[in-house]
Ligand binder design. Sequence first.
Ligand SMILES: [Zn+2]
Length: 270
Amino acid sequence: MSDTIFRSRPIGNNTWLIQGDGSNSYLVVGDKCGVVIDTGFALENIQKYAQSLTDKPIKWAANTHGHFDHTGGNGWFERAYMSAKALEIAKIPYPSKASLNYPLDYLVTVVGDGDKIDLGHRDLDVIEVPAHAPSSIAFLDRRERIMFTGDEVDNRVMLYWMQDEPQPTIEQHAQNMEKLLKHRKEFDFFCAGHVQVMGDASLVEDYLEHDRRITSGLIEGEPMVPRGHAPGNGPDPRDFRMYQIEFKRTSVYKGTSLGYDLRYVHNNHR
Ligand SMILES: [Zn+2]
C-alpha cells in the first residue's frame, strides 16, 4: 500500500511495528487470528492497513492504557480489549482532536490480571501495571518472548501524565516493575508505546533501580523547566496539562528518564 500514512516493519515472527500518528502500534498474529496492540490516533483506517500485512483475520485491538493517542484507532476494529479504567476515557478524543470524526462505536472487552487474549497458539497475558496511567496493562507474549509495556517502560517515562489527584507514586511504579520482573525468564525484549521497539528486557531492571534510587532518598531529580511548545515537538499543548510544575522532577539514570512529582514518592505520602 503506497497511498497511506502508515509505515511498518517486521520485528519478529508474525509481529510488526506499525507507525502512523500517535503511539506505536504492534500487529501480533497467532495461528488463528491477530490483534493490534495500541491503535494510535490517525484518522486513516489502521485495521485495513494491518490486514494488508497478513492473511489471518485482524478484528481486534488491545490497548496498553486509555490515553487517546493509544486508542483513537480502535473504532476501525470490531472489538477492543482494555482495562476497566481505560474504558472510562478511551472513547474521549483529546481536545485537539475533538472536532475530528473518529469511529468510536466499537465493542469492548474489559481485561485485568490473569486474563489472556488467545490468538491461536499465541497468547497475550494481561498484567496490570498502573502508574503513568491508572489504566495501564502490559501484555506478555511468551511465545515470542516480548513484553508490550505501553508508556510504563520506555526511554522516557512520565508518571504525572495528564493526572492531577491522585497522582501515581514512584513506589507504585517500582511495584509494577517487580511484577513484570517476576516474568523475567519469559521475555527477552520489550516493545514500548513511543520509542523503544524490541528493547532489551534489562531496561525493566534499570527502571526498578531508577525507582529505588529515588525512594531511598539517594537522589532527587532535576526540577522541571517550563518549555515553550515548538511545532512537531511533543504533544499538542491543548492536550497536555501540567499541574503544579514546581513539584515536578526528572530523574536520569543509564540514559533513561523518569518524570515524577516530589510529593508522590511513597504510597503513604500523606
Ligand atoms: Zn500515555
